[in-house]
Design a protein around this ligand. Structure first.
Ligand SMILES: N[C@@H](CCC(=O)N[C@@H](CS)C(=O)NCC(=O)O)C(=O)O
Length: 205
């Protein structure tokens, strides 16, 4: 029996979702022991901090007690462990996958900061406007890349962008992003019909 891995996990975190989509695609979900962990910027969690001083999820604890973070590292670790090909080994396919990974994560980073800001008592309007501008520009760019996403084998890049767009649907449903990026919306709906995405839809509570 292969060693189990403990994942500090939440059903709402889009970065955790990225890890879980990888685990489903790689067929290694049974090796993960999911521990529901609350990570909030204003409330560092001692249980997470015992293994990751940054108090963030996802954090993966291996059998020898050593922890891996962040999601970028965990996804590549799982891919290596399972002998997968979510991280193409070389050539242009590798740079494309890593660029899309960074693009999806970067979009997520902006959306999370945007959400934090808009929930403050007196949001800084200039900051909100900047997040709005960058998000719309990212969606336009990704819409132009929808065909390339469609024609390329599933990689960590597709998964990251799929999770970022899932977060938009979950937390920014009033943005109307689908009308602004219809080709991207079509691509993501197809991608999110995969079992790995269906099994990891964010849930409240
Ligand atoms: N770059 C990190 C970001 C992870 C992250 O920010 N996770 C959020 C939950 S969605 C978190 O743990 N926030 C708590 C905090 O920032 O203190 C990754 O890719 O894993």
């Amino acid at each position: 029996m292969a060693a189990s891995l403990t994942l500090h996990w939440s059903p709402k975190s889009p970065y955790v979702r990225k890890v879980m989509v990888c685990a489903h695609e790689l067929g290694i979900v049974p090796r993960l022991d999911l521990v529901r962990s609350v990570a909030a910027m204003l409330k560092p969690n001692p249980a997470i901090m015992a293994v990751n001083p940054l108090s963030k999820i996802p954090t993966l604890v291996r059998e020898d007690g050593s922890a891996l973070f962040d999601s970028v590292v965990i996804c590549e670790y799982l891919d290596t462990l399972a002998g997968g090909s979510l991280f193409p080994a070389e050539g242009e396919a590798r740079w494309q996958a890593l660029r899309w990974h960074a693009f999806g994560d970067g979009l997520l980073d902006a959306l999370i900061l945007w959400r934090n800001e808009r929930e403050r008592e007196a949001p800084l309007e200039a900051l909100i406007a900047a997040f709005d501008l960058k998000t719309r520009a990212s969606l336009r760019q990704l819409d132009d890349e929808a065909q390339a996403l469609n024609e390329t084998a599933l990689s960590i890049g597709h998964i990251a962008i799929g999770c970022a767009l899932g977060y938009l649907d979950y937390r920014f449903d009033t943005l109307g992003w689908r009308a602004a990026a219809p080709r991207l919306a079509e691509w993501v709906d197809e991608t999110r019909s995969r079992a790995s995405f269906k099994n990891t839809e964010p849930v409240d509570g």
